[in-house]
Design a protein around this ligand. Sequence first.
Ligand code: SF4
Ligand code: SF4
Length: 307
Amino acid sequence: MSTDKIHDLSTWIESIIQDFLNNPFENLLWPGGPEKAWADALVGYSRGDDPVFASFKEHVGPFHWTPGEAFRLAYPETPVEDRDLTIISWVLPKTEPTKTDNRRETTYPSQRWARTRIFGEEINDRLKQRVVDDLLSEGLAALAPSLLPAWSWQTSEQYGFASTWSERHVAYASGLGTFGLCDGLITANGKAMRAGSVIARIDVPATPRPYTNHRQYCLFYTSRACRACISRCPVDAISENGHDKMKCFNHLAITIAPYVKERFGFEGYGCGLCQTGVPCESGIPVVSAHKYTQPSFLPEEPSRGKP
Ligand code: SF4
Ligand code: SF4
């Protein structure tokens, strides 16, 4: 590896991610282009020995991997200490056209949203592989936990559906955001996003977490000043008690999947109504005089529809 790369690993890694997102053959919402699927990424880092990863075993479930456990699945013969590992985490925000389209919807996802959920996620997986491949090409051990064959869905006592590696939790650990009432991660670029990550045996300092609790950016939890995502959900899957994942899943599987197939012509799903037309859609919302400051692009009253 060149001296420059050794001295500025984070700049190099972020350039891999941004170059990929700028590549007109990779980051495409529609076949043939030119519209991008994802806006520019936010990138954060955490350390393999951060106690927050052990805490996920309590909060998510004992099945959730620590970075060391995930690393050893990919490199069973390679001795490694947790402190030798860096977790590279990124947030891929939805684009403005995608958010604008979905803001207008009240029951079903817009086509842009559904395409981003399916084809955009495939792009996210290819980005994970690109970051892994570029690190490997420099002799640095790396893996994408969510691409490991052992990655699986699990059932969390507390949260219902969960997985062995939660990209949103990893993004939280890496200083990129906190959780909202609807379970989405509210980041500096908002909640309309997807996350990805790679673990590498490299030494990049952790990104500071600019929050003291995991719900700090949600106006419901901080001041009861917002319930907009409750109103946006067409099937009452969000309440002041949080997100009913089973109701949400049933809506996606029973109502949305056939709609996407018939209306847009591909196998897919997606919803995201609770991620658009809400004050945390595109940034961290702020309360002013006990009322949130609504960004000018949002409708006066978040709309609501029933299936
Ligand atoms: S819409 Fe309001 S209540 Fe829902 S997650 Fe965002 S800030 Fe919290
Ligand atoms: S909770 Fe689920 S069903 Fe409700 S708006 Fe959000 S994604 Fe859609």
